[in-house]
Design a protein around this ligand. Sequence first.
Ligand code: DOR
Length: 437
Amino acid sequence: MTENHPGQVLVRGASLLGERSADLLLTDGVISEISSEPGSLSAPGARVVDADGLVALPGLVDLHTHLREPGREDAETVLTGSRAAAVGGFTAVLAMANTSPVTDTAEAAERVHDLGRAAGLVDVQPVGAVTKALAGEELAELGLMARSRARVRVFSDDGRCVANPRVMRRALEYVKAFGGVVSQHSQDPDLAGPQSCCHEGELSGRLGLPGWPGVAEEVIVARDVMLARHTGSRVHVAHASTAGTVEVLRWAKSQGIAVTAEVTPHHLLLTTDLLTGYDPTYKVNPPLRPAEDVEALRAALADGTIDAVATDHAPHARHDKEHAFVDAAFGMLGLETALSVVASVMVEPGLMGWSDLARVMSTTPAAIAGLEGQGRGLEVGAPANLTLVDPSASHTVDRAASVSLSRNNPWHGRTFGAAVQATFLRGRPTVLDGVLV
Ligand code: DOR
């Protein structure tokens, strides 16, 4: 029996990581009690959440989110993106630096951090740019961002590749001093070419669309793992998309090189043949690839060669996305649907269990980003960041129902088997019954 405690939440009968059922008591932001006999905990005055049949996971952590504020508040804001994250089961997101202005100073990073705090739905952790204005030449204020209130640890010019190997080397050396990591958008700009808009292959030729080959990604991944070895620093491969990248990662890990990698939900399920209708919803960077790449990415996520899933949630206003394919912006929404997609591709076919999903969508991304208080186990004393998933909630995605400001949703009309039911940030429900509290 526990004392009456306002703000307590009693989660009844959840299946922890899809395994044993338990009651969880959330008090003052932490998991204060766990009972393996469902129904046995009681807490007078606590809000009771019936989690019978639901799977409890640590709150999801997204290494790769575009929130668009400052600069493109017509596409997303820190608040609307935080809403989408909470609905998707996330308790922390890393906000990419390609805003306007770019997050390349301590002040800019603190501003994003503070906007996240004010929104209060997920921990918004700014990613710092590697180079000033993402121009690829001069290093941004890496040390000042790291020492700022925002405690930046992940640096990326995402949207652009740090193409110059000398600049990449210096960035890796610099971030090593404070345990930072460079998250690279691996794409050789000369091999990709300025007009390219899809995967180069037989289909791009038939459609008359300029494409870029998988090797444009692979040569940068190969170069960067050698730079990571040389500098003894950490490199992270953002949105790995090809079987060749997986081969390089497998080799680098076998050598003990400090490389980690993420894959997006869309690269785990969607393939380049969706482009036959020239629908710009499917235009994304890196591009959708053939089925062989998708297979290799799934296998790599299952065997640990790829460490994490990250959404690359990339909201775009209608007037940027609804164009001829070659002219439309790159990117697709991902926060609200990530869990459902990954469950359908990896858990439902038996490639991974729920505990593996927790590892790739919470524990490991939190560790890569150095987020203390996120990605912890479901254990007494851990911060009460958690997500409840209904593993048998067949539902069809409707882009109009999204809480994002944008509508570039590639999952519209698709049916998935699992859905996020509830999200708790430090014990406070942000989502219950699938809707924002
Ligand atoms: O598709 C993408 N969209 N890929 C990126 O790397 C950047 C992102 C964006 O900012 O829209």
